[in-house]
Design a protein around this ligand. Structure first.
Ligand code: TYC
Length: 108
C-alpha cells in the first residue's frame, strides 16, 4: 500500500501533520476466466479473445490452447464492472452463435 502523503512544519500555527491529498482506495481486481468445453470451435474462442479482450491473434491463440489443454485460463484482470461486462459479452456471443462456451470472474 502507498504511504499517505504528509507534510511537516516547525510553525506551531500549522498542524504538524497535514494530509495533502484525499485518501484513495485501490479498487478490487477480478480475473476473467475462460472454461474449456468439447464443442466450441477453437477459431470461435480465438475470435472472442480478440474481440472482447483486445488480444492479438497470437496471444488469443496461445490463451485458447492453454484453456483447451488445462481446462481453464485467464483472459485478463479488471475492475468489477469491466470484468462483469466482458463476461456478459462472451456469454452473449456464445449463446447467439449456439456454442456452450462459458466465462466466469473471480476476485484476485
Ligand atoms: N476444446 C474445444 C475444441 O476442441 C476448444 C475450446 C478451447 C473450447 C477453449 C473452449 O474455452 C475454450 N473444439
Amino acid at each position: 500500500m502507498a504511504k499517505t502523503p504528509t507534510r511537516t512544519t516547525d510553525n506551531p500555527e500549522i498542524g504538524v501533520l497535514t494530509r495533502t491529498r484525499a485518501k484513495t482506495k485501490k479498487p478490487s481486481l477480478y480475473k476473467v476466466l475462460m472454461l474449456n468445453d468439447d464443442y466450441t470451435p477453437m477459431e470461435f474462442v480465438v475470435h472472442v479473445l480478440e474481440l472482447v479482450f483486445a488480444k492479438s491473434h497470437e496471444d488469443a491463440y496461445t490463451i485458447m490452447m492453454h484453456v483447451h489443454q488445462k481446462g481453464v485460463g485467464i483472459c485478463g484482470v479488471y475492475t468489477y464492472e469491466v470484468a462483469e461486462t466482458k463476461v456478459t459479452q462472451v456469454m452473449d456471443l456464445a449463446q447467439k452463435n449456439g456454442h456452450p462456451l462459458k466465462c466466469t470472474m473471480e476476485k484476485e
